[in-house]
Design a protein around this ligand. Structure first.
Ligand SMILES: [Fe+2]
Length: 189
């Protein structure tokens, strides 16, 4: 688990993932950008060392099994029927808990980062925003850069906007809206 390397992640080669991580090079670059954004926000918000490390660690770890095979994700989560693309967060949380990770905010942030959770504190919200607002995603670049730049001045306002944007996209694309995501919207609207 990421224990000693809380230094800022500047690029993908600075990123230290756990030995069991399964990520493509493209994914590794995404993880580095998410973590860099979280590090930047923690500095601007003047977070305590403890909270800063939690934000950093969820950035590093959230997609650690994003490119793992379906049977492994199902084995780790015990989930036989929900879609595969929502299982990597729960799988990482499961794996970390088994290795002794006890920080509830870290585990919950990672577990729910794809669907969202109405029960998050700041760590889960920060990861959900950074995952969406990191600069490498190809769509809505100017809008997302604006939100990323305002996240520290209006944390809850930007979080609400990110939740809304992600849900609007989900519905527009005709994708399934999960109950956890609907609960998240109802908790911020
Ligand atoms: Fe991600």
């Amino acid at each position: 688990m990421s224990a000693d390397h809380v230094g800022p992640v500047v690029n993908a080669s600075d990123l230290v993932l756990p030995p069991w991580a399964q990520v493509t090079e493209k994914r590794r670059a995404h993880i580095a950008r998410v973590t860099a954004l979280l590090d930047q926000w923690s500095t601007l918000l003047g977070l305590s060392a403890e909270e800063r490390k939690a934000w950093h660690d969820v950035g590093v770890l959230h997609d650690a099994l994003r490119d793992a095979p379906e049977d492994e994700l199902r084995r780790l989560t015990g989930d036989t029927d929900r879609p595969m693309h929502i299982l990597h967060g729960p799988a990482v949380a499961q794996r970390l808990a088994r290795e002794g990770e006890r920080r509830v905010d870290v585990l919950e942030a990672i577990r729910w980062h794809t669907l969202g959770s109405a029960h998050w504190g700041r760590t889960g919200k920060a990861l959900y925003m950074a995952d969406f607002l990191e600069p490498g995603r190809p769509f809505s670049r100017a809008d997302r850069a604006f939100l990323a730049a305002h996240a520290t001045a209006d944390f809850d306002g930007v979080f609400r906007q990110v939740v809304r944007t992600r849900i609007e996209w989900t519905v527009r694309e005709g994708k399934m809206l999960f109950p956890e995501t609907a609960d998240l919207w109802n908790s911020v609207r």
